[in-house]
Design a protein around this ligand. Structure first.
Ligand code: NBP
Length: 484
């Protein structure tokens, strides 16, 4: 092993786009950064192109890399999630010593993180699964970071991460989320919320484009205006940019040339799977994941386009809906549906935290998501205030501020769902979020009937509103009721 007099405070393993940008961010903040990548060419590229941005110690072997780190050694892994991450963790663990810290900054599944932390702890090392949001731009200029792992690792890691994280109102967008998989769980739900947020923006676009008949440039202007109000956020801002883009080759708005099948890497799906296991209805995120899947079902769509009866469709004109009023109604429907998706995401985080004993504080998330990450938005200040006022809120929707917002959104929201249905435009998240909302506030749900059916065919029993206990009706007998 090579001995270095000038040791690095932090090391980065995996120098593809995320890792190299993160390494540059650390170096620009004055830290000496050790570098290692499986194929040395990426390390060399980083040194050639950005070596002058700070102090780097490039290594060709993992052993040299580890030797170049000051103790306790801190190494962030930014490689492909899954088997590659396990391989690198093992290589590092073999070369490291007790008390050193391995940080996985990739998009790991939180259950993998829980497993890895246990395995690494058994070897006397510390393992921190840290969700990092903000894409490549965030990694370079300030991401939002969600580290889990042991609290004692945070002491050694916190100041370093704070130095590279995004900052909002003087507060770094990073904090210790909780033990073992808490950081990656929270990052997963963050991504799920991102899916829903993108989908509600997409639904608004769909209605303005194919309902109100506006062109992409006009809609871009609408989004720019919206970005000055309650919806002020990174995703609304970039939506206006995307819609303004004109293809240089054809002169056509780029949006019309992009294939309308959305990709996904899995974090949205993981969020829904985890929610199903926890029994938490994340309908907004679920519909957003399904909407992407449906968009990708090319063969089915091609078979169905123009081939399924639409029924009698109307138009805004025929319905007497004024375009300006409709645009404002759509803004409000978007806002209300987004609020539901966030409320559901926070419910899932609470349920995950309770299940695993993580003690995640929702106020921390609302704080660190205000900058650096893809869902950064002014709106998160309101969420922070809601949980500040009442950390035990049954649902975000019941916070007095959001309740008063919903009072001014609800009529528009209902109108949009009705009009969209009449004009035949799909709005899976707008509509399902409204049903979720109406379900929450309904005095009686048809679950009573479902319990009756379950008791009928499977003797599953039911509770009664007027008595304690479990009951069964002798459906195939004399239909008297027995208490069980
Ligand atoms: P990729 O996910 O494309 O991974 C490429 C890196 O993994 C390269 O450095 C590659 O080394 C290394 N690698 C692989 Br592949 N297999 C390896 C193995 N068996 N042993 C050692 N190294 C191996 O990189 P990325 O897009 O920079 O993302 C890094 C992580 O950050 C991922 O977990 C990703 O999910 C997460 N993330 C990405 C974004 C984003 O916007 N891209 C945002 C947030 C989080 P090589 O050069 O030798 O092939």
């Amino acid at each position: 092993m090579t001995e270095h007099s000038n040791l690095a405070q932090i090391g980065v393993v995996g120098l593809a786009v995320m890792g190299s940008n993160l390494a540059r961010n650390f170096a620009r903040k004055g830290h000496t950064v050790a570098l290692y990548n499986r194929s040395f060419s990426k390390t060399q590229d980083l040194m050639d192109n950005h070596g002058s941005e700070g102090n780097f110690i490039p290594a060709e072997t993992i052993e040299d890399f580890v030797a170049s780190l000051e103790k306790p050694r801190r190494a962030i892994i930014m490689v492909q999630a899954g088997a590659a991450t396990d391989a690198v963790i093992n290589q590092l663990a073999d070369a490291m010593e007790e008390g050193d810290i391995i940080i996985d900054g990739g998009n790991a599944l939180y259950t993998d993180t829980v497993r890895r932390e246990k395995e690494i702890a058994e070897r006397g090392l510390n393992f921190v699964g840290a969700g990092i949001s903000g894409g490549e731009e965030g990694a370079l200029n300030g991401p939002s970071i969600m580290p889990g792992g042991p609290a004692k690792s945070w002491e050694a890691l916190g100041p370093l991460l704070e130095s590279i994280a995004a900052e909002v109102d003087g507060t770094a967008c990073v904090t210790h989320i909780g033990p073992d998989g808490a950081g990656h769980f929270v990052k997963m739900v963050h991504n799920g919320i991102e899916y829903a947020d993108m989908q509600v923006i997409g639904e608004a676009y769909q209605l303005l484009r194919y309902g109100a008949g506006m062109n992409p440039a006009e809609i871009a202007d609408v989004f720019r205006t919206w970005n000055e109000g309650d919806l002020d956020s990174y995703l609304i801002e970039i939506t206006a940019e995307v819609l303004s883009q004109v293809d240089a080759e054809t002169g056509v708005p780029l949006i019309d040339l992009i294939v309308d099948s959305a990709g996904q890497k899995g974090t949205g799906r993981w969020t829904v799977k985890a929610a199903l296991d926890l029994g938490i209805p994340v309908t907004g995120i679920g519909e957003a994941v399904f909407a992407r899947a449906l968009s990708g079902a090319r063969a089915q769509r091609e078979a169905a386009i123009g081939n399924l009866p639409s029924g009698e469709l109307s138009s805004l004109d025929a319905l007497g809906v004024d375009r300006e009023t409709f645009v404002e109604d759509v803004r409000r429907a978007l806002y209300a549906s987004k609020l539901v998706a966030y409320a559901q995401g926070f419910d899932e985080i609470k349920a995950g935290s309770d299940e695993h004993g993580w003690n995640v504080d929702p106020r921390d998330l609302a704080t660190i998501w205000r900058g650096g990450c893809i869902i950064r938005a002014k709106f998160l200040n309101r969420i922070r205030e809601a949980y500040d006022a009442n950390p035990e809120l049954a649902t975000l929707l019941l916070d007095p501020y959001f309740k008063s917002e919903l009072a001014s959104l609800i009529d528009s929201w209902r109108r949009v769902v009705i009009v969209a249905t009449q004009i035949g435009q799909p709005i899976p998240v707008f509509a399902s979020s409204l049903s979720y909302y109406d379900s929450l506030r309904a005095k009686r749900l048809p679950a009573a009937l479902i319990q009756g059916q379950r008791d009928f065919f499977g003797a599953h029993t039911y509770g009664r509103v007027d008595k304690e206990g479990a009951f069964h009706t002798l459906w195939s007998g004399d239909r008297t009721e027995i208490q069980v």
